[in-house]
Each structure stands twice: as C-alpha cells, then as structure tokens.
Design a protein around this ligand. Sequence first.
Ligand code: CTP
Ligand code: MG
Length: 230
Amino acid sequence: MTYQVILPAAGQGKRMGAGKNKLLLSLNEIPILIHTLRVFEEDSLCEGMILVIHPQDEPEFKRLLKTYQINKEIRLVPGGRERQYSILNALKTVRSDGIILVHDAARPFIKTEQIHRLAETAERAGAAIVGVPAKDTMKKVQDGVVAETVERSSLWAVQTPQAFRMPLLLQAYEQAEKDGYLGTDDSSLVERLGHPVAIVEGDYDNIKITTPEDLFFAEAILKKRQREFC
Ligand code: CTP
Ligand code: MG
C-alpha cells in the first residue's frame, strides 16, 4: 500500500502573530515546514506530496525545498481563502484512485508508524483519522454559563493526518462545495455523506503549532525525541 499526501501550507499564521507564515519559523534552526516535509520525504510508502501554498510564499518555499534537498515528487498548488478551499484546489489535481492523506504542514511531529496505521485503516474502511481521547473535563458553555457537562469517555480530540480512498474524499469535497458547507476538518465532509470514519489512536505530542506558546511545547517535544534516539 502506498499513498499520496496533501499538505495544506497556505495559511497566514494570524494567531502566531509572527508577521509571516508560521511555517517559516524555525525549530532547532530548521523551518517547521521542512520538519513536516522530511517525515514524508523519508517515508517509502509516500508516492508524492502536494504542497498547497499562498502565492506570496512561493519564492521562499521553493528556496527552502532546494536548500533542504526535498527530492521526492512534490507539486505546488495555490491555496484558497479557507483551508477547505486549499484542499479542494489540491484534490482537483490528483489523478489517482488510491489512498490520499491530508496533513497540516503545521503538525511536524507526526510519526511514520502512525501514518502507516492510518493509511492501512483507510484502505480497509475508506476513511480514517488520527485522534486522542480528551483529557480535560468538557463542558458546553452558553452566554458565559455552563449549560452541560459532556460525558468525556466518548470525546476525542482529532488531529491530522486524515486518510481516505480518493474517490470518497473527492465526492465529499464536491458535495460540500455544492451545498456551501464549510467544515473544520476533512472527515466532517465525509461524515456528511453518511460514510463511517474509523479513528486510530495517535499521540498527544502531534500538536498543531498555532500560537506562540506552542513553539515552547514544540522545543520540548524535539528535546524528548532527541533523548529517545540517543
Ligand atoms: N491552511 C491553508 N489554507 C488556508 C488556511 C490554512 O492551507 N486558507 C493551512 C495552514 O497553512 C496550516 C493548516 O492549514 O498548515 C492548518 O491551519 P491553521 O493552523 O489554522 O494555520 P493558519 O491558518 O496559518 O493560522 P491562523 O488560523 O492562525 O491564521
Ligand atoms: Mg487557520
């Protein structure tokens, strides 16, 4: 089993507040974008990458791909105003009926073993996502007041990658476009079709680098990984 991966990287990084795409910020002197791309560059099951970019980042991204020698087939596709439109642009360029992964370029800590478990599950089930059981007590809040304590045992925090058989994902995106539906992840578009989505338990350290404090968490995760490899 092999797969292709769509890597949305066309955001603005507004919550990071760095004045540029947060994927250009460095961890251990290597840009976040490159940390993520290396995972797929080094995975023999990954047949190709589709990197979705904002046109203003194109020269810098191209320079980084050269500098860090990302040699696997990588296609650059222009992004859209929302993440969902970025992925749709990418999907329209895919010529394959195999397994397609969608993975946020802002999650550099995904492990190859997780990717493989996910892709195998998607091959079997059609759709699969990575997530972790919620740790905090969860409450529904309305107008600043607790409306309800939600039963935690059935709640999961969902991450990327998310993996699908390509025809199913394309159908889900086309249907969402037709209906004017905007979801916050890829799975939600497939769920709308009534198709079951399997969940694969992942790692708490597969964080999405979003706000400035995430850079400190990211440094700590990198240190932990370096200790594990020593
Ligand atoms: N993304 C994208 N196209 C968009 C918006 C987001 O490709 N129109 C990408 C981002 O580059 C990121 C991933 O989707 O890798 C997850 O989005 P998020 O973490 O929200 O990143 P940003 O949109 O860049 O950050 P913010 O929302 O704070 O502006
Ligand atoms: Mg965003």
